[in-house]
Design a binder for this molecule. Structure first.
Ligand code: ADP
Ligand code: MG
Length: 242
């Protein structure tokens, strides 16, 4: 089943300073990259899409239904999503397996046995079978991010939201994490990723949103965005990479 994401005239201000300006967008989301310069509003937009931050104006709707503004609706909405941030945010005193199983038990009320079975299955799928019993300190940065992805996927979210999942990693680990995201997408996992990895945005994402100065400066199929950037800002950003 597709997932239709509609952003209608979203704006966001912090202390009177507007950081997102009138963003509208309506798409069946499959693999969407949000790119753009630092401070352009990418994380804020992703947090609003994820129901973690309220917009100052405008609405986010999924399949035509607004996600709501009260805490109860927002909590139910967030439970349909998976989140991955720059920092894996794993609990240090727990094994990789426990980290993945915990939210299934606590948030989604799975039995301990069912949670553990699902966690094992996911760790295996992400090439982490050997890491199951290890604690985060015993894992590489790339492994930690893959555990974070496993945890985000545990409850079968409708959409995965990733905010610069590889920015804190050494280049050698960036590829292994992005390969996992690409494989998941090929198996049907929908995602929105904020990334500076243009090669990934181009190859693994079907659409790209270019956010600059809080505006959605360009949006379209990734092929079009990379081959025929229309705004001087995006042309400059891409030419610096060639
Ligand atoms: P990006 O992810 O593209 O680097 P952000 O969404 O993090 O951009 O930030 C956009 C702008 O909003 C920046 O100027 C940032 O300082 C500001 N901002 C983000 N979050 C907050 C906050 N909680 N309070 C005040 N200003 C914020
Ligand atoms: Mg950011």
């Amino acid at each position: 089943m597709p997932l239709r994401l509609t952003l209608a005239n979203l704006s966001k201000s912090f202390d009177g300073t507007e950081v997102l300006h009138d963003i509208s967008f309506d798409e069946d989301v499959r693999a969407l990259a949000i790119i753009g310069p630092s401070g352009g509003g990418k994380s804020t937009l992703l947090r609003i899409i994820g129901g973690l931050e309220a917009p100052t104006c405008g609405t986010v709707s999924v399949d035509g239904r607004p996600i709501g503004t009260d805490e109860k609706s927002l909590r139910a909405y967030r439970a349909t999503l998976g989140f991955v941030f720059q920092d894996s945010g794993l609990f240090h005193h727990m094994s990789a397996l426990e980290n993945v199983a915990l939210p299934l038990r606590v948030v989604h009320e799975a039995t301990p046995a069912a949670a553990e079975e699902r966690a094992r299955e996911l760790l295996e799928r992400l090439g982490l079978a050997e890491a199951a019993a290890k604690r985060p300190a015993q894992l590489s940065g790339g492994q930690k991010q893959r555990v974070a992805i496993a945890r985000a996927l545990a409850a079968r979210p409708r959409l995965l939201l990733l905010d610069e999942p590889t920015s804190a990693l050494d280049p050698e680990f960036t590829t292994e994490v992005l390969d996992v995201v690409r494989d998941l997408a090929e198996e049907g996992t929908r995602f929105i990723i904020v990334t500076h990895e243009m090669g990934f945005a181009r190859r693994a994402c079907d659409h790209v949103a270019f956010l600059s100065g809080g505006r959605l400066a360009e949006y379209g199929p990734s092929e079009r965005i990379f081959e025929h950037p229309e705004t001087p800002e995006l042309q400059r950003l891409l030419s610096r990479l060639l």
